[in-house]
Design a protein around this ligand. Structure first.
Ligand code: ADP
Ligand code: MG
Length: 157
């Protein structure tokens, strides 16, 4: 399920999501295209993960990632959404996002209120920050994967 495939390297275009209003909550999530999602191992667990992310040939930042069920496809397909722990000046739709998924935080959950959802996400972000400061996780930030020529789409190799 969750850990067997990690670390998982993935790169692909950022597409428009389904307007769940993540940005309005202060937690924008960069969505991968359906094609990129289809390239994920089919048995990878849904839930919240942490790792490293980079837009185009920009800096590598910490991220939290959700692998969830895609409401657009009646929850039979997955969606993969990355919240980069960094404040960007502009949106980056259409750009190439490179990620390394490093670890698993928790399964998907239903929340009784928006407030409890938001505070859970903030806890996930704090957990991601702590985990990624560990030496064994920090070293993936320097991985050559992030310095490959832009545009070269590579999934897990
Ligand atoms: P959508 O439903 O189109 O995915 P969101 O509200 O989730 O809309 O916002 C996602 C978009 O916000 C991303 O595609 C990206 O262009 C932009 N964005 C700005 N800052 C960030 C960030 N820190 N992490 C992820 N996406 C960000
Ligand atoms: Mg989104």
């Amino acid at each position: 399920g969750a850990m067997r495939h990690l670390p998982y390297f993935c790169r692909g275009e950022v597409v428009k999501g389904f307007g769940r209003g993540s940005k309005e909550l202060g937690i924008p999530t960069a969505n991968f295209s359906e094609q990129v999602v289809e390239s994920f191992p089919p048995d990878i667990s849904t839930g919240i993960y942490y790792g490293w992310a980079c837009v185009g040939n920009g800096d590598v930042h910490k991220m939290v990632l959700s692998i969830g069920w895609n409401p657009f496809y009646k929850n039979i397909k997955k969606s993969v959404e990355t919240h980069i722990i960094h404040t960007f000046k502009e949106d980056f739709y259409g750009e190439i996002l490179s990620i390394v998924i490093v670890g698993y935080i928790r399964p998907e959950k239903n929340f009784d209120s928006l407030d409890s959802l938001i505070s859970a996400i903030h806890e996930d972000i704090e957990e991601a920050k702590r985990q990624l400061d560990l030496p064994e996780h920090l070293k993936l930030k320097e991985d050559n994967f992030f310095h490959l020529p832009e545009g070269k789409i590579v999934n897990n190799h």
